[in-house]
Design a protein around this ligand. Structure first.
Ligand SMILES: *[C@@H]1O[C@H](CO)[C@@H](O)[C@H](O)[C@H]1NC(C)=O
Ligand SMILES: *[C@@H]1O[C@H](CO)[C@@H](O)[C@H](O)[C@H]1NC(C)=O
Length: 282
């Protein structure tokens, strides 16, 4: 009896295996957190080999360009990390990490989206900003980012992925379509580079200084409902950019931006363009 049960089980397993059904390993928060923590270890040590579990065929983009992870990348520069925060997206199997280095040899603010397939990192998209980038001031970024509460939202109060994504999209859409209704929170604060639109008080607003006539396109999302966060990597009219939002009860609470100016042909090219876009004279 025991024997026949075992062989029945075995043959059932073989049938499942033979049918080509590939069990995808579960993408858990623990798994994603361990991998995202390995990114911090790699950036701290300046050793890309510490980034795990990395697929041998992983694609690496730095500031929206194809690049080598092991030669000349951000991860090859040992960096003192003063502050970091992860978003974990178990639905897409992806992570977003914000990294602030304000007190090391050179200041950096870095945003990283990672995408996983079959329990391996298959794509790393890293934006690295430093002195000279849009409103860059790592001391300011650290000061404000570390005061904000991006903590876990009680389950009963959580928004759906759709609501969180729609809030971020509405903010991005209003740059070219002023008729879009954005769910502004009160208070709401924007950390744009190292500059804060508020002072951490109840009257902070983020519906200020929004340019017009700018297309925010090619959006790539990482969403973590447990903290109401959506990270959007996008092309800010051609400039590599990250917008990250914290959404509470359907409304925008915090906005963080990282905008890379030190690309394009010639230093400051992006900056002049970003300034014109900020003024609205496109
Ligand atoms: C990176 O390289 C791939 C393959 O050569 C190419 O298809 C893609 O357009 C490149 N991407 C960027 C951002 O340059
Ligand atoms: C950078 O931010 C810090 C902290 O908010 C501020 O004290 C400092 O004046 C800022 N530096 C510049 C150059 O704006």
């Amino acid at each position: 009896m025991m024997h026949s049960l075992t062989s029945l089980l075995l043959s059932t397993l073989l049938v499942i295996k033979g049918s080509g059904v590939q069990a995808q390993p579960a993408c858990t928060r623990d798994f994603l957190k361990t991998a995202a923590d390995s990114l911090l270890a790699a950036q701290t040590a300046g050793n890309p080999a510490l980034l795990q579990p990395l697929s041998p065929s992983a694609v690496y983009h730095e500031n929206f360009r194809n690049a080598s992870l092991t030669s000349g990348s951000s991860l090859t520069r040992a960096t003192k990390i003063d502050f970091s925060r992860h978003s974990l997206d178990t639905t897409q199997c992806a992570t977003y990490t914000e990294i602030i280095s304000a007190t090391g040899a050179q200041p950096y603010v870095i945003g990283v989206q990672m995408f996983f397939t079959s329990a391996q990192i298959t794509k790393v998209d890293l934006l690295s900003t430093t002195t000279g980038d849009w409103l860059f001031n790592a001391t300011g970024t650290l000061r404000w980012a570390s005061r904000e509460n991006w903590g876990t939202i009680p389950e009963a109060d959580r928004d759906s992925r759709e609501v969180i994504k729609a809030a971020g999209d509405a903010y991005c859409d209003i740059f070219h379509d002023k008729s879009v209704v954005v769910p502004w929170g009160r208070p709401c604060a924007r950390l744009e580079g190292g500059v804060y639109t508020g002072n951490g008080g109840q009257n902070d607003r983020c519906d200020v200084g929004i340019p017009s006539g700018v297309q925010l396109v090619d959006r790539r999302y990482v969403i973590d409902e447990t903290v109401g966060a959506v990270s959007i990597f996008l092309s800010f009219s051609g400039i590599p950019d990250s917008h990250e939002f914290r959404v509470e009860k359907g409304t925008l609470r915090f906005v963080h931006t990282i905008t890379v100016m030190n690309t394009g042909s010639g230093p400051g090219k992006g900056k002049g363009k970003r300034k014109r876009l900020a003024r609205g004279d496109t």
